[in-house]
Design a protein around this ligand. Structure first.
Ligand SMILES: Nc1ncnc2c1ncn2[C@@H]1O[C@H](COP(=O)(O)OP(=O)(O)O)[C@@H](O)[C@H]1O
Ligand SMILES: CC(=O)OP(=O)(O)O
Ligand SMILES: [Mg+2]
Length: 402
């Protein structure tokens, strides 16, 4: 079975085509700057040369058609016909409380995703555009949705409720949902397999630190707490997001600076985090370069980032009354030896000890960076949200066929 995985953002559409007989990637790529002039399509067929094309792509349906054209292209294609695609799996960030697992897309499922626009105004509308575009181009195959929030639906009430009037939860569903669930689920499962231990016996802290970043406490294989909240703004310091702050700052700053709701939302989501502290970049590579060069703003940004991360690891060790495994994943977690090194340097009280040389090894495979003496296994596990989506899609399609 061949499965196309779609991850649509407001101005982008990422895709990966899998052959599920051996879970191999036939092609992957992305369309950027949708709706702007000079949109860029980058297509990487496995075993063939990468191709980049610049044109004006005004909306997602056209972007989707261009992707399908590339998949069957005589020179750059990997399929004879788009009829070879058996199913499409979509990433949707917010599934609210309605979705505890992935689902086959129906009219009712789409209506529910639309009802969740209010809770995830930055994320769900573009996902819906991706679904509409894919359904328009591939109307005869099953489409499925895989939610970032689903894995965290196991959190207990004490972890997901905010200490505010309960009527806000009842009326408006104000609660913590958590995100990056597909990644936290994938890396915790992969970590247990790597260690050859049953996940039901492990207390795992998964650190998904990319541009967006979140931590999850995974106990007995399920999510018991996670650092993102009602939206992907809560928790860690991220590339451009503030993470935790005193909520009273919001009305105070709105009043002092005469900001609108949109402006304050944009400040906290797009102009905060590493970017705001360093004043130069949201990218951890630039921050660590600046720190190594002794630049004061980048040094402060690095220290604040590492400090927040370390505090959350401590909190989740407390939440689970211990920790057996710490997993680093996503752009920063997989690639930044220095972030891992500095965080672990301050976790010796938990019995964490990493091997500085192993920590520097670069590899695309799951690997251990702790010493044999370490009381906690510390692993780097490359995430693969797309593969998780493809696997879920395969399962749902097979189940729906009975
Ligand atoms: N070698 C590296 N060292 C440090 N940080 C890196 C490195 N490579 C990538 N990153 C970080 O990873 C981030 C992207 O992570 P990723 O998981 O792809 O994010 P997202 O999916 O949220 O876009 C970049 O913003 C950059 O800060
Ligand atoms: C939910 C979320 O924050 O996603 P991303 O890390 O892709 O921005
Ligand atoms: Mg990501």
């Amino acid at each position: 079975m061949k499965i196309l995985v779609i991850n649509a953002g407001s101005s982008s559409l990422k895709y990966q085509l899998y052959d599920m007989t051996d879970e191999s990637v036939l092609a992957k790529g992305l369309v950027e700057r949708i709706g702007l002039d000079s949109s860029i399509l980058t297509h990487k067929p496995t075993g063939k040369e990468e191709v980049t094309e610049v044109s004006d792509i005004l909306e997602h349906t056209t972007a989707m058609r261009k992707v399908l054209d590339k998949l069957v292209d005589k020179t750059h294609g990997v399929l004879d016909s788009i009829d070879e695609i058996d199913a499409v799996g979509h990433r949707v960030v917010h599934g609210g409380e309605a979705f505890k697992s992935s689902a086959l897309i129906t009219g009712e499922v789409k209506a529910e995703i639309r009802r969740l626009f209010d809770l995830a105004p930055l994320h769900n509308p573009p996902s819906m555009m991706g679904i509409t575009a894919a359904e328009a181009n591939l109307p005869n195959v099953p489409h499925t949705v895989v939610f970032d929030t689903a894995f965290h639906q196991t959190m207990p009430e004490k972890a997901y409720l905010y200490a505010i009037p309960k009527v806000l939860y009842k009326k408006h569903k104000v609660r913590r949902y958590g995100f990056h669930g597909t990644s936290h689920a994938y890396v915790s499962k992969t970590a247990a397999e790597f260690l050859n231990r049953p996940i039901e016996d492990l207390k795992i802290i998964t650190c998904h630190i990319g541009n967006g970043a979140s931590l999850t406490a995974v106990k007995d294989g399920i999510s018991v707490d996670t650092s993102m909240g009602m939206t992907p703004l809560e928790g860690l310091i991220m590339g451009t997001r503030s993470g935790d702050l005193d909520p009273a700052i919001v009305p105070y700053v709105m009043n002092k600076e005469e900001l609108t709701i949109n402006e304050v939302n944009s400040m906290l989501n797009k102009h905060s985090g590493l970017l705001a502290i360093s004043g130069s970049s949201s990218d951890m590579r630039d921050i660590t370069d600046g720190w190594e060069a002794g630049k004061p703003n980048e040094t402060l940004a690095f220290e604040m980032y590492e400090y927040r991360l370390r505090k959350y690891i401590g909190a989740y060790a407390a939440a689970m009354n211990g920790v057996d495994v710490i997993v680093f994943t996503a752009g920063v977690g997989e690639n930044s030896a220095i972030v891992r090194d500095k965080v672990c340097e301050n976790l010796t009280y938990l019995g964490v000890e990493i091997d500085k040389e192993l920590n520097k090894v670069r590899s695309g495979d799951p690997r251990r960076i702790s010493t044999p003496n370490s009381k906690v296994e510390v692993l780097v596990v490359p995430t693969n949200e797309e593969l998780m989506i493809a696997r879920d899609t395969l399962r749902i399609v097979q189940e729906s066929k009975g």
